[in-house]
Design a protein around this ligand. Sequence first.
Ligand SMILES: [Zn+2]
Length: 90
Amino acid sequence: MQTLLLSDSFTLRYHRLQVSPVDVPSCRAREILQARVRADLKVYAEAVNSLQRSVGPEFKKSQKAAERARLAFETAGKKLADHLASHKCG
Ligand SMILES: [Zn+2]
């Protein structure tokens, strides 16, 4: 039990370090881009889920929605990668 408590407290401390690392400057633009990637990934995952459930004419519609979501996610990921490469803030 004691070991578990110690390890939980270590995990929490480690997690806090991960959230605000000292050597990586905070960058508002990067945070916005990262939030965009996360949001687009969620939409894409949901679109894939609904694609797996759809049949018949619904399938084509879901397929188009999933494709759009995938492109949006890829665009967001590319924008983030470009920002990290040019701004060196990641
Ligand atoms: Zn930046």
